[in-house]
Design a protein around this ligand. Sequence first.
Ligand code: SF4
Length: 358
Amino acid sequence: MAHKNYMAQDSKIEWTHHTANLWWGCTKVHEGCDHCYAAALSKRYGNDVWGNDKPRKQVVSVWKDLLKYQKEAKAANESHRVFVGSMMDIFEKPMPVIDSKGNLMSYNTGDLRQKFFDNINNGLYPNLMFLLLTKRPSNINRMIPESWKANPPANVMFGTSPVNQLTAMTLIEQLLQVNGSRFLSVEPQLGEITLLPWLQPGQIDWVIQGGESGSGRRPFDTNWGRKLKAECQATNTPYFFKQIDKVLAIPTDLMIRVHAAGDEPISIQSGNRTYEGQIKVLKGAIDDMNRAAIAAGGDDILDMQFDIVITYKPKGTRPLQTDTLVSVEVKDFEKGWDQGAKNMDVTLPIVFMKLLTE
Ligand code: SF4
């Protein structure tokens, strides 16, 4: 029987549950910004907030939204990821702020950032895991609260976006100066990259990779994906392939999305020679697994054995956990559902031979 490796994230919409923006606006930094989607979208909405000489537009609703996300995550007894931000760079230098009518505010983006960090320090969002992605990692240590340098919050991950080997060398070295959990969002990837120099234990906790989308997108070579996937597997670094360009289908060997649900996505009982248990995934993930089964010559996942690698954030302050279930067989699964149901949780009964825990 064929074996496939899968990695699961506790994410229901690709790699994050929510996106939050404290403001709109930014300034282009490196070649990865050339086709910045956020700048184009902002312009389309009539906002003139891009560039060093432009103000940033505040997003008043974000504070209410964050409390709502927290409430939902708490009710589900889960930790939900919040990506900050898609229309801004949280570690940009302080910039003037305008309201929705264009009035200049008395505070700047540095004050909004401070309010956000204060809220995290005051424990307003214990069930939210913030992914703070920046193209300006050299600013992080200057802008975070002093206390985070020795005691980084358990619910914050710091990330940066290299797009080629040169930006990898600069940005990752800067990111490594920051204490705490760290991730890389290698996108839009524009050239071949090796991450091996930085995938040593304790350095990078998660790698996300993808090509550029939209009109004028620059080409992505799927072998770049295979290379980073192999480097991550060799160093036990959680890895997620996001997209080629949102048009071309992701090759089966890079389609490693088994979305688990909750902060403890497996339950396990030990038998004499095997383990039994359940794994929670999204219904759409079963489609992905079936596709892999067919590509390997079977009819569906009942014909396959899988090695499943699950990376998840346990409850409370415990760090990311990786469990590997070896030689998994799915005992049963529900066949046939409408596409609208693909984001629903489903529990699969499984048996497997070995459990490796890190
Ligand atoms: S840093 Fe991000 S938001 Fe800012 S211009 Fe570059 S791609 Fe756009």
